[in-house]
Each structure stands twice: as C-alpha cells, then as structure tokens.
Design a protein around this ligand. Structure first.
Ligand code: UN1
Length: 500
C-alpha cells in the first residue's frame, strides 16, 4: 500500500500539504509525508482560553454522560483500527502488529474510562463530632496539558485524555513533532464525536501542533493545573520545576533503564522469547524496552548463543511488510546516539554483536539497524544511560542479592522483570526489598503492559502514574467535606470556644 493511500484512509488528506510549517516524515525511507501549519503564541493562548471556558460547562456534565462521549469515540476507533494501525507504522515505524496493538490500547483505555465514569468513588469517613458527616469527594481539576512522545503516538495521549475527560477536565494535546499525523488522525475521530454530542463544548479536547515553544506555553500557563508529560528525563527535569514554580502539578513519564534477571531455574525458551521481544521489539524504542540483562553465570554460556542466533535471524525492514519484526529507528539522530553508545561499550571492553546499519532495498533514507547485543563481565558506565535504540547489555551475576542490587543500581525506575521458577526469588523480587521500579514482572518481560494497571515509575522516571488502577485520581482535585446536621456547634479535638 502506498503512503498516500495510508494517509487517505486515516483521513489525513483533510489536512493538505502547505508550505511553511513543519514537515511530517516517515522513518521508513525518510521521505516527507506532509507539511503542517503550526500554532503560534496567539493561537495557543486562544486554545487555552477556549479550554478554560469549555471546562466551566464540561465539569457540570454528569460523569456517566462524559463517559458516553468516550464510548462513541472508541466505537469509531474500533472501525478505523486497521487504518490507524497502518498510520502508526508509517509515521512511527512500528511493525503493523504493534501499530494495531497500540490502537487496541487506545480502545482498551477508552473502555476502561467508560466504566470509570460511574466509579469516581469518594469516601465517607467516621466523624468524631456528633451530628456530623465527614466525606471526601473528587472534583474535576481544570484544563489538562498533555505532552506526548513519538513512540506511542496515540496510546499515551488516550491514557491521559480518556481519564481526564471522564473526570470532567478539558484537554490540550501537544504531540511529538515526529508523529503529528497520528495525532491529527486520532483527534479527528474525537472531534467528529464532539460535534455530534450536545453536552460537549467544542473545545473539550484540542490538538496543538507545533514545536517545543507550544509545549512551553502550556507548561507556563497558570490556567492549566496539571501537565502530563511523556519523554526524556532531560525534558522532565526542565519542565517539572517550571510547573512547580506556579504550583501546578505534573504527571511525568520519563526515561527507563529496564532490566531482567535470568535466574538459574528460568525456563530458557520462554525467557528467550520474552527477552527478544522486549529488547529488539519496537526497535528498542519503548520506555519499557529491555536494556539490561542480568544472567546467572551458570546460564550465560547457554543463553548467549541462543540470543545471538535469535538476533541474527530477526527480519529487519519496512514495518509495513508482513514478516518484519524490526522496523526503523525514528531518525538519523537516534542512529547516531545508538552508534555512540556502542562505541562507549567497545571502549569499556564489552563485546558488541550487531548494531550495524542495515539497508533494505529501496529504503535508503531510513535508519535500520541490526539490534545489538553487548556482553560484558560487569556493568560499565554506559549501561546507566538510556539509549532509545535496540541495545541489550548482558552481564553475569553470582548471587541473587547481587543481581537485585545491579537491577536497582540505575537512576531510572520504570520497569523490571525476573525469569525464575524459584518462588522465593520471585516473591523477594516483588517485595519491599526487591525491585525498586514502578513495574515488576515475573516470567514475562518488562514491556507490553496492559492498560488495567497503573503505568509509570520511580526515581528519574518521574513518579507519575497513568492509565489503569486509581491513576484517575491524578486528574481530579480531592475535597474533604464536613456537614453539621445537628443543632450544636461542637469543635474538633474537643476545643472549647464559648461565644454567647
Ligand atoms: C512507552 O513506551 O512510552 O508497556 C509506553 C508498554 C506499553 C506502553 C509503553 N503498553 O510497553
């Protein structure tokens, strides 16, 4: 299928190429897909103003009715799933199965949000005062700024927006400049439903295409009580204090440096499949991608050749071709960062297998690489860094405690895994003294989380939680309420304050 057909089927031709603005490219061969107009300071200010106005109406709409908007949106996404999945492949470079998987994640979180729209539960609390009613309620927060990265160009916005919208907030979305078409195609489906939904003001959700300055304008605007941002730790480090300086809240999903421990009792073949998907899948461009493998020394000699063999046979090429398992890196700078990380690994004395550029026929402008396996006898400096590329560092361990210490000994804390059939190891890994990450898995890799759980991590990963469980609470304000239904005026803590 040619690129124009993919764009057309995803409804993108409604946004014709224009001169000026910003170029949308495909990592498949580096070609330009479209030129998009971008927001300016005035248009961003107008959208923030519109979001603030829309909030005044939307917050008063009953939550189950807000959920109905998401239900209708998800229905449309279901119908358009193949077209949206192909667009993700085209613009983000994910293989088709992963593109479709991401669209499924969009649908899943919408379904979750629809159910949630009837479950925004508060609490009633026992009051210490007679004739008093003490309770806790959750109220809408305000317009929420959502800044997303290229690697999950549809799902991560939906994790935020679906929850934010059922919680009664309005949403302003600044997508990555690398995946604006995905944002346009998905948001168009929501716009369609908003237009047909009398209870929803048109500005209940808005898209802002532009460069970094657009994001900064959201970050600094006092009308936005919450900024949810996904991206690098460097981005979060710059953004967090700016929002905090105006007493705004942030929900940060930043870098990961995810490890898996392969213990002596591990099922090797199961582990191998999980490892290769987590490390080489999505061309290593998930926040949850597996980057460090900590292998019991007794297994290294067995696992290493199996991994090398699996890596050597991975089909690399256009993500639109059936059978491809590894698509392109997002751009040239991702390729350069990968090469410089591999250079540092070699300089540290590690053995690098793979990592070289691959040139599928006819796709010269794309940056394809053979996923790299880097074997070393002990951790070295570069292993502490997140390189957004398919590099898997493997090091041996002797004792379980040492493996656990190695797994936790990085600045990031997103996801982690252990492969073991030893119940004591598995439970210790999941215990308070085990993995220090936001996500900890047993006998499955660190990537590919379901939407039902809270997603996010500790330390330099930023501490935010999105998606399932009670993540919705981040998008609401909590109010403690006390009602006196007696004729007396007792004070808490028995305080006496007699007034005639
Ligand atoms: C990300 O890489 O930013 O767990 C999100 C996963 C996906 C989401 C990853 N469900 O790999």
């Amino acid at each position: 299928m040619n690129y124009q057909t993919i764009l057309q089927e995803a409804g993108i031709l409604a946004h014709p190429a224009r001169s000026g603005g910003i170029e949308a490219r495909t990592p498949i061969d580096g070609s330009v897909l479209a030129q998009l107009p971008i927001e300016n300071t005035e248009s961003v200010a107008a959208k923030i103003q519109a979001a603030s106005q829309a909030f005044l109406a939307w917050r008063a709409v009953p939550a189950p009715l807000r959920g109905e908007l998401l239900r209708r949106f998800a229905e449309r996404v279901r119908q358009e799933k193949p077209a949206l999945g192909r667009l993700i492949s085209l613009e983000a470079g994910k293989i088709l199965s992963e593109g479709l998987g991401e669209v499924q994640e969009v649908i899943d979180i919408c379904d979750f949000a629809v159910g949630l729209s009837r479950q925004l539960y508060g609490l009633t609390i026992a009051s210490e005062r007679p004739g008093h009613h003490l309770l806790e309620r959750w109220h809408p927060l305000g317009p929420v700024g959502v800044i997303t990265a290229f690697n999950f160009p549809m799902a991560v916005w939906t994790w935020n927006a679906a929850l934010a919208l059922v919680c009664g907030n309005t949403v302003l979305w600044k997508p990555s400049e690398k995946t604006m078409l995905c944002a346009l195609a998905l948001h168009r489906l929501l716009d369609e439903q908003i237009a047909k939904f009398p209870a929803a003001p048109p500005a209940v959700s808005q898209l802002l295409v532009g460069r970094r300055a657009v994001g900064e304008q959201l970050v600094d605007h006092s009308a936005l009580p919450l900024i949810s941002a996904t991206g690098s730790t460097a981005m979060g480090r710059a953004l967090g204090p700016r929002v905090a300086a105006r007493f705004g809240r942030t929900l940060l999903e930043l870098g990961g440096n995810n490890a898996a421990i392969v213990a002596p009792t591990a099922d090797i073949h199961l582990s191998l499949r999980a490892i290769v998907f987590a490390a080489a899948g999505t061309a290593g461009q998930r926040c949850t991608s597996l980057r460090r493998l900590i292998v019991h020394r007794s297994l290294s000699a067995r696992l290493s050749p199996l991994l090398r063999k699996a890596y050597a046979s991975l089909p690399i090429g256009s993500p639109l071709e059936p059978g491809t398992l590894v698509g392109p890196l997002i751009d040239a700078s991702a390729f350069e960062r990968m090469q410089s990380a591999l250079g540092a690994a070699r300089a540290a004395g590690a053995t690098v297998v793979g990592g070289e550029r691959v040139r599928p026929a006819g796709l010269d402008g794309g940056y394809y690489v053979r996923p790299a396996l880097v074997e070393a006898d002990k951790p070295f400096a570069m292993m502490s860094e997140e390189t957004f590329a398919p590099i898997l560092y493997a090091v041996p361990y002797e004792s379980f405690d040492a493996a656990l210490a190695m797994q936790n000994d990085v600045r990031q804390g997103l996801s982690s895994a252990i492969f073991t059939n030893d119940m004591r190891e598995a439970e210790t890994f999941l215990s308070a003294t085990g993995s220090d990450c936001g996500i900890a898995n047993v006998n499955t890799g660190p990537s590919g989380a379901e939407i039902g759980g809270a997603f996010g991590g500790e330390k330099e990963t930023g501490g935010g939680r999105e998606s399932g469980s009670d993540s919705w609470k981040a998008y609401m304000r909590r109010q403690t309420q006390t009602v006196n239904y007696s004729t007396q005026m007792p004070l808490a803590q028995g305080v006496q304050f007699p007034v005639d």
